[in-house]
Design a protein. Structure first.
Length: 288
């Protein structure tokens, strides 16, 4: 099994949660991902606004996956179980399964998320690139803002294809560089000399939208959608800066990360580093 990844930002979040930091609990106690604002100009500055935006991003992924009641859903890289919580609260007669490599995240998910009477809920410690499930086990697979941490997107896409039932869908969100910016993005995230600035852990920014289309087609997926929602998630950076400014210093999470946020926001606003929602379908057998 792949070794559990080093994720300094989760160290920070878990430390703040253990200190009962109200702002961090509101923003990241459930979902640990970006927010989505239909109208970014109306984004608020308070923690409640961010929590609602994070919930909206989850809904965007569920809609991209065409999730409906009565289905089996795998959440790869399930974090604290926020996406499964959303599914548990809004859908019925579901088999909901989360898998994650990081035991601390799973421990919190198991404490906080409990199945509604007509749903089934499971959490597994495991590798999304070597899923411990039988072929054609799930109607839907979700991967919310985590695949850039995986050692191989292609291997994950193949594993998701394997465990999907024919006609099932994979929906994910991912950071994708513009084609011309890709070489610099890869160098910045993989150069050993820059490892100390990897506040979000090891990130693979080697995939572009065109790479997704090519690799998914080779595996056998049919494209459903590829939406660039960068403008809708941009207010996240300001919220993160505000949150960091109000939190106690944690080793490895210091002043430079605020400047790092400014750099990421600039790259995103310039169209060099984009946030995509991607939907892919495993074809159903043709009748006749």
């Amino acid at each position: 099994m792949t070794q559990s990844p080093l994720l300094p930002y989760f160290d920070f979040i878990l430390a703040m949660l253990s200190q009962e930091n109200r702002a961090v609990e509101t923003c990241f106690g459930r979902h640990v991902h970006f927010g989505y604002w239909s109208n970014p100009k109306e984004a608020g500055a308070d923690e409640g606004d961010y929590a609602r935006a994070a919930e909206r991003l989850t809904r965007e992924l569920c809609e991209a996956g065409s999730i409906a009641s009565g289905e089996s859903v795998l959440d790869a890289g399930c974090g604290f179980g926020g996406t499964l919580t959303h599914l548990n609260e809004n859908y019925r007669n579901m088999r909901l399964v989360g898998i994650n490599l990081e035991s601390r995240q799973l421990d919190r998910a198991r404490r906080l998320v409990h199945a509604m009477p007509d749903n089934r809920l499971e959490f597994h410690h495991g590798d999304a690139c070597a899923l411990p499930f039988a072929d054609a086990s799930f109607d839907r697979v979700l991967a919310v803002e985590c695949v850039f941490h995986f050692p191989s997107r292609e291997q994950f896409l193949r594993e998701a294809f394997r465990v999907l039932k024919p006609g099932g869908t994979l929906a994910l969100s991912d950071f994708l560089p513009a084609r011309l910016f890709r070489p610099l993005a890869v160098a910045a995230t993989e150069a050993p000399m820059l490892a100390r600035f990897q506040y979000f852990g090891r990130c693979n920014l080697g995939y572009t939208a065109a790479t997704y289309r090519s690799v998914a087609s080779q595996i056998g997926y049919e494209p459903v959608l590829a939406r660039n929602v960068t403008r809708n998630v941009l207010p996240t950076y300001q919220h993160l800066k505000h949150l960091l400014a109000g939190a106690a210093a944690i080793e490895g999470i210091t002043g430079p990360i605020v400047r790092f946020m400014d750099a990421l926001r600039f790259l995103s606003g310039a169209g060099l580093l984009n946030y995509y929602v991607v939907g892919l379908r495993k074809p159903a057998p043709k009748s006749g």
